[in-house]
Design a protein around this ligand. Structure first.
Ligand SMILES: Cc1cc2nc3c(=O)[nH]c(=O)nc-3n(C[C@H](O)[C@H](O)[C@H](O)COP(=O)(O)OP(=O)(O)OC[C@H]3O[C@@H](n4cnc5c(N)ncnc54)[C@H](O)[C@@H]3O)c2cc1C
Length: 459
């Protein structure tokens, strides 16, 4: 148990940069220690917050009620069952390490948050994290076979077994996935793997407007082509990427929205589908470029990798929303965003995954400018209301935590919120695990933020 000032400070915040000091940080070396900590915490009514790597942007790992932090850092074993196509991992294993271990045995673990080199599988499960491969393969939830861990009251539990089928009893595995560390502590998981794709092929396409780009994407999906990745960048995001890479995305093409596509599969599948994609690009895009080599593909991907960090040239603060829009509302949502940019005069660069409708709407503002900060705050609320009115979701991957508490009740009616609270009460009668999150209104923009640079900032 670390009660030092430095140790507690380091566990006091996540990527939201809002800080609440815990009283102690516990770094278990054995999973059973977590049960002991929770039993003790219930006896003495001490709040406990589990911490993966603190990459969440929602404040969900910040110990808002103080108490103890359980740091999962040391529980990070990974074992690949190459016959069954499963990864047996401890919750503190990093996503990137699981991906590399699977690849070494010819398997592929598709959920790939951009933070994969830092974030843990436990954090991914708690937030139901997704990534660029979500549209074709799915998100973390689609790859969890079984979970083990501890109830908030300290009892050991296992939801499911390392088998591909399991229909014995209530499915509490899925209740834990996305529960943001409030319904139990995940100590280990068995994850589903898929065969490593033998071939990949990348295509960059440019469009005059965002509306043309999203309509073209819908035309592509109607052809029943399933790209492994289908990333959209609006013109503002492309400007940011261009200023970071110091070269135009397409020579001679200024001010374009882009879609970046990747096919993955067997060599013959990719060859067949690339023909369809090229014909589609010829019909719909203003310009397009296919990568001939992996190195060229990497260069095309730079536009996507660089855009997010470069957005800070448009404002020193960012409200990074991860909303989801049904495909049928893409064009309507783009029209709404265009109006919003004009009305608020804020830069709102938007990019994201068109195959699953998960768009990152980045509301940029200057923290020291009170009028701009207020406009940004009102803008995010309007975005959330509009998204739900269009049949979408206020979060597709980051969760609620502290930052999205003002919007939970836009998504969920009182009966739904009460049902969630009843589950929480049933599993955590003393309110020990990650209290103060999700249901209690927290106005994140009124909180002081730490002036600190994290290793994954601007990635
Ligand atoms: C640069 C950057 C890029 C990102 N890109 C993506 C992206 O592409 N897709 C995406 O989905 N997210 C993304 N995120 C958000 C974040 O990385 C994910 O939510 C990630 O899953 C959090 O993992 P973590 O290990 O850092 O968890 P933490 O941030 O430490 O914790 C997150 C939540 O999970 C709970 N938790 C952690 N471990 C456990 C456990 N073992 N048992 C129970 N609860 C636990 C915590 O209590 C907390 O509520 C990004 C973040 C950054 C900073």
């Amino acid at each position: 148990m670390d009660t030092s000032k430095e140790g507690c400070w380091a566990a006091s915040f996540d990527s939201s940069k809002i800080s609440f000091l815990p009283e102690a940080v516990i770094t278990p070396r054995k999973e059973a220690e977590i049960g002991e900590v929770l039993t003790l915490a219930n006896r003495h009514k001490v709040p406990v917050t589990v911490r993966g790597r603190g990459t969440t942007l929602m404040g969900s790992a910040a110990p808002v009620a103080g108490g103890w932090v359980i740091d999962m850092l040391k529980l990070d074993s990974i074992k690949i069952d190459a016959e069954a196509g499963m990864a047996h991992v401890q919750a503190g294993a990093k996503n990137g390490d699981v991906q590399r271990a699977a690849e070494a045995k010819g398997w592929f673990y598709p959920p790939d948050p951009s933070s994969k080199e830092y974030c843990t599988i436990g954090g991914n499960i708690a937030c139901n994290a997704g990534g660029m491969h979500g549209g074709k393969y799915g998100v973390t939830r689609d790859f969890v076979i079984c979970l083990r861990g501890y109830l908030p009251t300290g009892e050991a539990v296992q939801w499911g077994t390392a088998t591909k089928k399991f229909s014995a009893g209530f499915n509490l595995r899925d209740l834990w996935i996305g529960s943001e560390g409030m319904l139990g502590v995940v100590t280990g998981a068995v994850l589903k793997l898929v065969p490593q794709p033998a071939a990949r092929w990348t295509l960059l396409t440019a469009f005059k407007t965002e509306t043309q780009a999203v309509n073209a994407a819908r035309a592509l999906f109607r052809l029943r082509v399933q790209p492994a990745i289908c990333e959209f960048l609006d013109r503002e995001s492309v400007h940011c990427a261009e200023s970071a890479t110091k070269r135009p995305v397409f020579a001679g093409q200024k001010d374009r929205a882009v879609i970046l596509l990747e096919l993955a599969g067997t060599a013959s599948e990719v060859k067949e589908q690339s023909k369809v994609l090229l014909a589609w690009a010829k019909q719909h895009a203003l310009a397009y470029r296919a990568a001939r080599t992996r190195a060229e593909a990497e260069q095309l991907w730079e536009v996507r990798r660089k855009c997010s960090g470069a957005m800070f040239e448009l404002g020193d603060a960012k409200l990074n929303e991860d909303i989801v829009i049904p495909m049928s509302s893409y064009a309507k949502f783009i029209a709404f965003l265009m109006k919003l940019k004009k009305a608020t005069k804020l830069a709102i660069p938007t990019f994201g995954h068109l195959a699953d409708g998960n768009l990152h709407v980045n509301i940029m503002y200057h923290r020291e400018d009170p009028a701009e900060s207020k406009t940004a705050e009102e803008t995010v609320a309007l975005v959330m209301r509009t998204v739900v009115a269009m049949g979408g979701a206020i979060s597709g991957e980051h969760g609620i935590g502290l930052a999205k508490t003002p919007f939970l009740r836009i998504q969920h009616n009182p009966a739904q919120v009460s049902a969630m609270q009843a589950v929480k009460k049933a599993l955590d009668p003393n309110g020990i695990l990650n209290p103060g999150k999700m249901f209690t209104l927290f106005e994140v923009w009124k909180q002081p933020r730490m002036d600190i640079h994290l290793p994954w900032d601007h990635k």
